[in-house]
Design a protein around this ligand. Sequence first.
Ligand code: FAD
Ligand code: 2HG
Ligand code: ZN
Length: 478
Amino acid sequence: MSSPLSHELIESIERLVGPAGLVRDPELMQGYLTDWRNAYQGLAALVVRPASTEALAAVVRLCHDAGVALVPQGGNTGLCGGSIPDASGRQVVLSLSRMKRIREIDLANETITVEAGVILQHLQEAASQAGRLFPLSLGAEGSCTVGGNLATNAGGTAVLRYGNMRELTLGLEVVLPDGRIWNGLRGLRKDNTGYDLKHLFIGSEGTLGIITAAVLKLFPATHSTATAWVALPSAQAAVDLIGHVRSLCADRLTGFEMMSRQSLAFVLEHVAGCSDPLDTPHPWYALIELRDTVPDAPLTQLLESGLSHAFEQGWVIDAVIASSQAQAAALWALREGISEAQNHEGPSLKHDISVPVSRIPEFIERTDRALQQDFPGVRIVSYGHMGDGNLHYNISKPVGHGDAPFKAQERAIMQVIYRMTSAFNGSISAEHGLGQAKPAAAAQFKDPLEIELMRAIKRTLDPAGLMNPGKVFASGLE
Ligand code: FAD
Ligand code: 2HG
Ligand code: ZN
């Protein structure tokens, strides 16, 4: 098939990035055209992999002048199709995978400057080798990139203590849609010289520019950990428990993940090597992690004392405290395995919502009831970052049902869940972003004035609408 791009344009791009920076072979392109779940497929005229900010900026300028749309891509682990081109075959995927240098570690400033293609796990390792912690942690950390983390304002399992990617960022370098380079790589904790532009690009999902590097915060390394797997009678018990553990442990509480029995059941069925840490099934579970910078801090005793009060209150039915790092890792594998496990059960309708922590139990109770009434037998896999009020309220088809009739109900199911989220003054996308999955829902459920302001920003920075069209906004600029 001939390319929709002119020979001259392709040759000019090749001169900038070299043969290693172009992917044109349809088979090799495949990995860039579908996402981690195989939920979204696209086509592309070309995949370009520049190795430096200057080369990337020059490619962006050429594409801008030729009116070619760009789709930035990092590790391609996003869960709403943000990094996948459309079906036209005219867009260019701009992969950051060759931009993976750690540019600088400034220990006295507690910062690390990295390129956008650095894999999150490599960043964590670099911080650790420098005797520090980079705290962002999520299931896809072995493949997702800093650029993708920034573009989606990624969260994960340590937000409770350290915040989202937004809170971990001090400066950015961004290639603007017309190819200009904004060097905002300032490692400053205080800077009130007008609007804080980095926050426009963080969470913008590649629709305002290409993030090429960032200055990120480092934290003291932690040297003591305690991890518990706890069985709970209800979601309300999780709210009571987290309040108690937080007041007892303060900042040492690093993670508090909650999951339903259905979530665990899928993991036990589909993820090799996993087993139930407790003898009998329970309605809900929490995975609690405490960390301290002090070696040999008495975290296990602290956890035991918190749990013993919780037993007395009836918030906890049973619990296991990990006695080794391997056991703690096995408990985390139960939590991190949920996404993969649910994929084995056919389409997973993902709803990544947030409501105030205090209202999670009521949200679950009312939404479960409404869904079972309208769609009897659907399997509700609710779990997530309880301390952030962020639930992955994911739905699998009823046992024995086909994929196609279930998929046909996707929109109706989504409406039930998002209407309820809205009634709780929550967010329909707490963590993963809008991508191509949720722009219409955002237009329906977000304040129209907010959407209008967002469009005004988009028009100002990307008047030609060439940055990741069809993502965040329902149909480009229109
Ligand atoms: P991609 O998927 O490649 O891209 C994501 C979006 O960012 C796209 O819109 C893309 O165009 C844009 N983008 C990528 N790079 C750039 C760049 N340099 N400049 C501008 N735009 C860019 N997410 C969470 O927040 N918390 C979790 O706990 C979590 N757990 C996950 C667990 C699993 C098993 C999986 C598969 C995913 C999980 N995710 C989670 C989602 C995903 O990993 C994150 O959104 C991650 O930050 C995406 O990074 P990426 O490099 O893969 O980005
Ligand atoms: C998690 O918390 C991720 O495990 C993925 O955000 C959630 O697969 C999902 O829906
Ligand atoms: Zn999550």
